[in-house]
Design a protein around this ligand. Sequence first.
Ligand SMILES: *Cc1c(COP(=O)(O)O)cnc(C)c1O
Length: 221
Amino acid sequence: MDSGKQLKKIIESLPEEVKLVAVSKFHEEAAIMSCYQEGQRVFGESRVQELITKEAHLPKDIAWHFIGHLQTNKVRFIAPFVDLIHSVDSLKVLKEIDKCAKNNDRVIRCLLQLHVAEEDTKFGLSKEGCREILESDAFAQMKHVKVVGVMCMATNTEQAQQVAQEFDRALEIFEWLKRSYFSEQSDFAIKSWGMSHDYGIAIEHGANLVRIGSSIFGARK
Ligand SMILES: *Cc1c(COP(=O)(O)O)cnc(C)c1O
């Protein structure tokens, strides 16, 4: 698969306001470079070790997004460079991100991962869980994280209607959070949903950041 060519096709099909994270997990650096040569700068990885290896080898102007489940004890490895963490699913991990960002003298942008899918194996926060974080004293003290939106994954199903409903639920929570805790002009603006098989539905249902892997890079081994 020529990943650069696939990437170009996908970008041409996206509405202008929708940005792309090229999800390069399990794929080789050469495939990433072929997207880089097409101008892509935002790449997503879901494993800490793989991300730090690639970050060390690849151009420094890549914006690395972490999209997988993040264990507290691994935050420090990505804190020096990560551009956006999509998968904040507890106050505990957010506290650790704040601490590690401070140690690196930076502010790390984060998304709250919402649980909207049917499967209970998927990580993520309820609306109530988001509220608890954003209203906590601990969050009020944090100076080194910036919550800039939400992320979710829909149920992996052929039922387009169910997928659409789950994205609508995420959109509703996003809008409620924005109204309740952020100003209209704030940077709380990112809605990260949609993968290779469902990004069309995601865009129709509010996404402005899609995370696409296999449609660009081919199937993962
Ligand atoms: C792997 C992954 C993607 C991309 O999935 P594809 O089906 O390959 O497009 C998107 N989001 C998350 C959280 C992932 O882990």
